[in-house]
Design a protein around this ligand. Structure first.
Ligand code: ADP
Length: 454
């Protein structure tokens, strides 16, 4: 059983008793799969058309709290319903769960049946349509970095998140010996996802003890975001099945390297790479230069979509491969944007700013919007920076805190034009709430530092 399923494939598997459960899910603001487990017979007979969910699901935080301040939903409006409309082009088996398939849904307004504008999948689809109107298609790849731990989520939670022993004892960057010891978890992750129709390229050890990377072959932007969300979910679920925890928290320890999600991007006209032009420097087309200039100019505006939590900003530190400067470089890992595949058909830009906690739909949509703006305004690309960009005083910084990123998001005329005021206001509120929640907490650090000595 490999690859995506047509609706007819699903129906025949249900009839043959091979599939009894259909996970009917959408992606929330945090990039998580939310939804219901349908009996497969019910799904293929009726629920394939639509199902419903409470509209608070696109207005909660990680803990499912119901913050005030959202225009789209509230206690006052009674927290009504959304329609979950299955996208029947996304049916796939879930080989790591018995007898199970999955379908991704679009989220629609209960009354008008129009897409809910702040739904992450709708936001990305809108930018893909804007790009299409300019005559281009985007292909993207997101790298997934995460840490595996010896213990399970349950044991770690019971220990108050203190028993955090990574699965390996040393930095395992590209190590075959150490990663062999982790094959009990990583091999099923690769193979199950491959069988679910994700074009898995490889996994490798990353530059810290217990740190892993999964690479998925680049794909049209919407597919890439779907792949990322399914893979992230599967990694946690398969790790859990094997008694381990996997975390995508960007910085789980102050002395350990953080986890990123680099995003590779290229534009195409049909089968032709619109970024490639062998007659120009680095083999980069004029369109690519404009696109990159937009990405770089507007990075402070959309940093929130690459780093949505307080913890996300702990990852940005000198000398850690997590960039803090919105400049570009050729094959240099200290800049926010890296040119890859120089002078080849595969010439592309990699954004290195995003953390492992980014929502791929929102991150890709924001970057497409910035690239589109660069093309529309024919922005000029500044020369590449060289050397250690961390030490380059002339290079512009991205916001260094969630508070700062919230304000650049709120004030972004470019994002308000590209996404609409409602969407920007919605995510600004999500960002504010995250900060408000953090500000309410008295941390262990403050107590240890000041209890006796203050
Ligand atoms: P590395 O050596 O850094 O791992 P790779 O050549 O393996 O680099 O590519 C990194 C990622 O870039 C892969 O996931 C790959 O699918 C993706 N990629 C390759 N070509 C393109 C392209 N033209 N557009 C977008 N992503 C691409």
């Amino acid at each position: 059983m490999t690859g995506k399923l047509t609706f007819d494939d699903l129906k025949s598997r249900v009839k043959d008793g091979l599939i009894d459960t259909v996970l009917t899910v959408f992606v929330d603001m945090q990039g998580r799969l939310m939804g219901k487990r349908f009996h497969a017979v019910n799904f293929v007979e009726t629920s394939f058309k639509e199902t419903h969910c409470c509209n608070y699901l696109l207005a909660t935080d990680l803990e499912m709290a119901t913050p005030d301040g959202y225009a789209s939903t509230s206690w006052q409006s009674g927290y009504g319903d959304y329609i979950m409309a299955p996208d029947l082009d996304t049916i796939r088996p879930v080989p790591w769960l018995d007898g199970t398939a999955m379908v991704l849904c679009d989220v629609l307004d209960h009354h008008t049946h129009a897409p809910v504008p702040h739904s992450p999948r709708a936001i990305l689809k809108t930018q893909i349509e804007r790009l299409e109107a300019l005559g281009f298609q985007a292909k993207m790849a997101t790298e997934l970095e995460f840490f595996l731990f010896e213990k399970s989520f349950e044991d770690i939670r019971k220990s108050g998140f203190r028993d955090l022993d990574p699965i390996s004892g040393y930095n395992e960057d590209y190590h075959i010996l150490q990663t062999t010891k982790e094959e009990g978890v990583m091999r099923p992750i690769r193979n199950h996802l491959f069988a679910a129709g994700l074009p898995i390229e490889n996994s490798k050890g990353e530059a810290e003890a217990g740190q892993e990377e999964l690479n998925i072959r680049y794909a049209p932007a919407l597919d890439c975001a779907d792949h990322h969300s399914i893979a992230k979910h599967a990694i946690k679920e398969i790790a859990w099945q094997h008694g381990h925890a996997a975390t995508f928290l960007p910085k789980w320890h102050k002395d350990r390297v953080g986890s990123s999600s680099h995003v590779h991007q290229s534009l195409w006209k049909g089968q032709e790479p619109a970024f490639a032009d062998p007659s120009r420097p680095h083999g980069m087309s004029q369109i690519m230069e404009h696109y990159m200039a937009g990405l770089i100019k507007y990075a402070p505006d959309y940093t929130y979509f690459l780093a949505p939590y307080v913890n996300s900003y702990k990852r940005f530190a000198k000398g850690t491969f997590a960039p803090t400067k919105t400049v570009w470089s050729v094959d240099n890992r200290t800049a926010g944007f890296r040119l890859c595949g120089e002078n080849t058909k595969g010439v592309r830009v990699e954004c290195r700013i995003g953390g492992s906690d980014l929502n791929p739909y929102l991150a890709q949509a924001a970057m497409l919007a910035a690239g589109i703006k660069g093309i529309e305004d024919a922005l000029e690309l500044a020369p590449a920076t060289t050397g250690d960009v961390y030490e380059d005083a002339n290079a512009a910084d991205i916001p260094q805190t969630l508070r700062a990123a919230t304000e650049t998001l709120r004030g972004s005329a470019f994002l308000r034009h590209a996404f609409g005021d409602d969407v920007v206001d919605h995510y600004t509120r999500a960002a504010e709430w995250e900060q408000e929640e953090f500000d309410r907490v008295v941390t262990d650090w403050e107590i240890a530092r000041g209890f006796e000595r203050a």
